[in-house]
Design a protein around this ligand. Structure first.
Ligand code: OGA
Ligand code: MN
Length: 294
């Protein structure tokens, strides 16, 4: 069955019909999904009643899985899923909603800041695939911002200033913004900053994007407060409503986004309600700092 895409966001994001994730994909379907991702950056697939295994198989048909190892405050024996999944639910290993002051929950609230997945890793993520198993009675949208349109809309002077800048990203920087600072020595070592270019060229389209994320905390060679303001102004610019698509979840939705040309954030919902969202992630091609200067 052909893949039909219908744009749903102002300037990006589309819905896809005719894909059944419970079975294998044809080569044509795989190619159509990649082409759709290059073009729309966010794809929404409704009514996918899939198991973890089917989500993994679907993800693997598109590329290599990125493992979520040591990226949350969950200890290895507190994982609900194998590391082929990033657990973005608010549930503990016994499937109970975290207490409001649970440290793992408070750390995970960082997902409500605008970010790009794994920008705190030397090789950051390519696509993320988030599947809704249970959703709260209200709130809990996920918002996406289109970093390619945001880049295009910058004035020439800002484009030139940003062009060759290198930022340092760490989960410590994002959590600092929330007043979450009580990291152990082991966590500090694990969350050591990594370098990312501020302007990325997308390999599929050759188009430039702002590579922003709340994990970005410094710009090499810049005083920290000045770097923070420059980044803050860029985030403010890039998340204006004309660059944003807000997804309201239904159980069975799978939303796939390209972390190389979008940012996203979770929105609040009642703290005592379960929200079971399961993410698989495709590994990126290489470090962004290796990208040849355009
Ligand atoms: C993620 C993420 C946002 C949400 O899965 O990477 O940031 O709405 N999720 O759960
Ligand atoms: Mn995320």
């Amino acid at each position: 069955m052909p893949v039909i895409t219908r744009q749903i966001g102002v300037c990006f994001a589309a819905e896809v019909d005719g894909i059944d994730m419970t079975g294998p994909l044809s080569a044509d379907e795989v190619a159509a999904i990649h082409a759709g991702m290059d073009k729309y950056a966010v794809l929404v697939f409704h009514d996918q009643a899939i198991t973890d295994e089917q989500q993994l198989a679907f993800t693997r048909s598109l590329g290599e899985i990125e493992h979520a190892i040591g990226t949350s405050l969950r200890a290895p024996d507190e994982y609900r899923r194998p590391t082929t999944f990033a657990d973005v639910s608010n549930l503990d290993q016994n499937h109970k909603v975290f207490a409001r002051d649970d440290r793992r929950r408070l750390f995970a609230l960082g997902n409500r800041l605008w970010h790009s997945d794994s920008s705190f890793k030397v090789i950051p993520a390519k696509y993320s695939l988030l599947h809704a198993r249970s959703v709260p009675s209200k709130g809990g949208n996920t918002e996406f911002a289109y970093m390619r349109a945001a880049y295009d809309a910058l004035d020439d002077e800002t484009k030139a200033e940003a062009e060759d800048l290198i930022c340092e990203h760490s989960q410590i920087f994002s959590r600092q913004q929330l007043g979450f600072t009580d990291f152990t020595d082991d966590e500090r070592a694990r969350f050591k900053p990594v370098r990312q270019r501020l302007v990325r060229v997308h390999p599929g389209t050759g188009r430039k994007s702002l590579y922003l994320s709340s994990h970005a905390g410094t710009i090499l060679g810049w005083p920290v407060p000045e770097a923070r303001f420059f980044l803050r102004d860029l985030v403010e610019h890039a998340t204006q409503r004309q660059f944003v698509y807000a997804h309201t979840w239904r159980v069975g939705d799978l939303v796939m986004w390209d972390n190389r040309q979008t940012m996203h954030r979770a929105r609040p919902f009642p703290a005592h309600e379960p929200r079971d969202m399961r993410r698989t992630t495709l590994a990126g091609d290489g470090p962004t700092v290796a990208q040849a200067a355009a």
